[in-house]
Design a protein around this ligand. Structure first.
Ligand code: ADP
Ligand code: ZN
Length: 717
């Protein structure tokens, strides 16, 4: 085990933040927490996943003379955190049952020679027998990470954790600070008791993860759902993502379907052998597998910071779980997407699980809250955060409701139809059957029960099947229907529905969202390279370099630099070592290690770009001499489309004054007309398709240059 000693010559939290971790500023609360620990006081820190808990204990740890014990119940995370510290040049090790005798004695020696700053241990290790050679005075600070596990309410709780109290007495002169991303009050209280924290101060950060977009897609037919997912993934090449499914079988079926669509996807669930599971996990962490279709067992033990999106293939059981799962996206703070698909079938299935569970009432209430979120008609982030007791001052602007506010209408008549149809079946039918009756379907089951004879048969023909299902979920949410969990999930009419049926109370429903046009399928792969912006190209090259370096060092790519750091590097395009240090997330250790490779890559890229700019100049010269694009292409042995693309760029840059003679006014009109419809404005293909393949690519290219220059491109969004 190669260990490094970090020579701590600097001595303020700010200088460590910059020099070791490469960041310019603390995030809210971080500095306060660090000061509190440095004052040797106990604390409880609640911060969402990705909030930046680690530096809160790592910086004080570096400033204290002795060793910092990091108690962490999740062994898989220990390794990751230790590697991350070492990647920044800090000496760290873990001590758990996976160590061999030699490694154990290495760790011991490091502690005894005072060369180790951080030792990660499991609670089990500390309680049972402890670490015999560890002297009490060696330790200056104890941080308990993932502290919700030590709570009786956490799912990883083990009975022996009740002995953790003894640790507080053992290191009575050290500050003890617990960290968790679980916010609820009972768990908080329990952590403080289990660890016997002394007059701890509690720090609560906002749980708002602004960088996560929130989107819900209700009642999609299976086929559309897959089609939409495939197109979503295809528009995010190389971007890691997780799809959570409800059942093991579904993870495998979905992975197969995605693979069939050419996507690099694997399944993961607890039914696979440990070997298979760790292989899938490793490949995901190392950016070798792009997509994992998993049950919720996946993700707890990984710290991968560049998960760019999370999808739920089915409705989650409750908001806590949902929030934790989407929280695995975008830990590096870059924009990341989340999509939740749900259908009535999921709700029925979850209700069945709940029926078999210990705490029926509680779990049902939680599912209801989840359903309310999914059917929300106001900003989703408000609904979500209010569940955690946090209230936003403004709508978020980063959820589907904010993007496309739902349109409500008087749905009293529809509600009456549905309610009365249900009553006429003696409240014996579930959602699908009810919709079939309302729509006058002649399916055999309808006929077998003679539901075609009832008065409301067919009265709701004008509403589509999907829309009806949507409305029925809304009626459930309004408390007009109830799902009879104990009676085949049939719909029961509630007491509150009476006033609606009697026409004394109106019901507001919201229209079913149209399919979002951006989710229409696009075949992208082939044309992608050409259409990428130069910054995207550079990002890709840096990502490839990162992966090469990571493989050589046997660490995950995001530990070399995370995506946010690569993005900043692309923006700054450093050419000197000093400038490289300005990139966010580049500390001195990593700069020394990686500057050479990254600077070379960036330098090479810039040179190519210069070559590109020379080639533009050449085109311009010939064009000014009166040659047509076709002649220039012949002369320069290039494609005609390339020449048009040069001319378009030259026009935008201002080096070419006019597009006269190159494009008809009419073509510009046509492209302008489809502008609002086309979501992805950087690519030509969506325009080509929106224009029914009537305008050739080179004219689209020129028209877009015209519209960009005139500012019209920015004004439509
Ligand atoms: P948590 O443990 O709370 O889930 P981490 O400690 O892993 O979160 O931090 C999440 C990410 O944010 C990491 O990539 C970390 O380097 C980064 N980070 C932490 N503090 C800052 C900061 N002050 N400025 C910029 N990035 C930060
Ligand atoms: Zn919103």
């Amino acid at each position: 085990m190669a260990l490094m000693l970090y020579l701590c010559v600097m001595n303020t939290p700010e200088s460590i933040l910059k020099e070791v971790f490469g960041y310019d500023e603390f995030r809210p609360k971080q500095r306060e927490i660090i000061d509190h620990i440095l004052a040797k006081r106990d604390g409880l820190v609640l911060m969402p996943t990705g909030g930046g808990k680690s530096v809160c204990f790592q910086i004080p740890g570096l400033l204290f003379d002795g060793l910092t014990l990091v108690v962490s119940p999740l062994i898989s995370l220990m390794k990751d955190q230790v590697e991350a510290l070492r990647a920044n040049g800090i000496s760290a090790a873990f001590y758990n049952s996976s160590l061999g005798a030699k490694e154990e004695s290495d760790v011991r020696e490091l502690v005894e020679t005072k060369k180790l700053k951080f030792l990660y241990v499991s609670p089990e290790r500390l309680i049972g027998g402890g670490i015999p050679w560890l002297k009490d005075e060696d330790v200056s600070f104890v941080a308990v990470d993932e502290a919700h596990c030590v709570s009786m309410w956490g799912h990883d709780f083990r009975p022996e954790y009740t002995q953790l109290k003894l640790l507080r007495e053992r290191w009575s002169n050290c500050p003890f600070v617990a960290f968790t991303a679980t916010a609820d009050k009972v768990t908080r209280k329990d952590i403080v008791e289990q660890l016997a924290l002394r007059r701890p101060k509690t720090f609560v950060s906002s749980f708002d993860r602004k960088n996560l977009s929130l989107k819900v897609r209700p009642q999609m037919p299976q086929k559309d759902k897959i089609r939409e997912m495939v197109s979503f993934i295809n528009r995010r090449p190389h971007q890691s993502g997780i799809v959570y499914c409800l059942s093991r079988k579904e993870t495998e079926a979905l992975a197969d379907k995605l693979q069939a669509a050419g996507i690099d996807a694997e399944a993961y669930h607890a039914g696979f052998s440990a070997n298979v599971r760790s292989q899938v996990q490793e490949d995901f962490i190392n950016d070798k597998t792009q997509v994992v279709c998993a049950t919720i067992a996946f993700g707890m033990g990984i710290d991968k910071s560049n998960v760019r999106w999370v999808m739920h293939y089915n409705m989650p059981k409750n908001i806590e779980g949902y929030y934790q799962e989407i929280g695995r996206a975008g830990r590096d703070g870059l924009p990341s997407d989340t999509v939740l698909y749900f259908s009535m079938k999921d709700i029925v299935m979850l209700s069945k699980f709940i029926d078999d569970s210990g705490q029926k009432e509680l779990n049902r209430t939680k599912l209801d809250r989840m359903l309310q979120y999914a059917e929300a008609t106001t900003c989703r982030r408000r609904v979500l955060l209010s569940y955690f007791g946090e209230y936003l001052k403004e709508d978020c602007g980063n959820c589907d409701i904010c993007d496309h506010p739902p349109v409500s209408f008087d749905g009293t008549q529809l509600a009456q139809m549905a309610l009365s149809a249900s009553i006429r079946t003696n409240e014996k039918v579930g959602t699908n059957m009810l919709v079939n009756i309302l729509r006058g379907s002649a399916n055999s089951e309808v006929l077998a029960h003679e539901y075609d004879k009832i008065k409301t048969y067919g009265v709701g023909k004008m509403v589509s099947f999907r829309d009806w299902k949507h409305y029925i979920v809304q009626l459930l949410n309004h408390g007009l229907f109830e799902l009879a969990y104990d009676d085949g999930f049939s719909l029961k009419v509630t007491a509150a529905a009476k006033a609606v049926l009697q026409g004394k109370k109106a019901v507001q429903l919201t229209k079913v969202p149209e399919e979002v046009s951006s989710e229409k399928p696009v075949k992208v792969r082939s044309a992608r390279e050409q259409e990428q912006s130069p910054d995207d190209l550079l990002f890709d090259r840096l990502r490839t370099l990162r992966r090469k370096l990571a493989t050589a060092a046997k660490i995950p790519p995001y530990q070399v630099f995370n995506d946010a750091t690569l993005r900043d590097m692309v923006m700054i395009k450093p050419t000197t070592f000093e400038r490289f240090l300005d990139v966010s997330g580049v500390g001195e250790y990593k700069a020394n290690k990686y500057a050479h490779d990254f600077l070379a890559e960036i330098g090479g890229f810039q040179k190519n770009k210069k070559k590109a700019s020379d080639t533009f100049k050449k085109t311009l010269e010939l064009f000014s001499k009166g040659l047509s694009p076709k002649q220039i292409a012949l002369d320069r042995d290039l494609q005609v489309t390339t020449i048009y693309s040069h001319l378009a760029s030259l026009y935008v840059d201002g080096r070419l004054n006019s597009l006269e003679g190159l494009i008809e006014e009419e073509s510009i009109h046509l492209v302008r007309a489809v502008l609002p419809k086309v979501e992805e404005k950087k690519k030509l293909k969506p325009f080509y398709e929106a224009l029914n393949e009537q305008v050739p690519y080179h004219e689209i290219r020129l028209a877009l240059a015209y519209l960009e220059k005139s500012g019209e491109l920015e004004n439509v969004s």
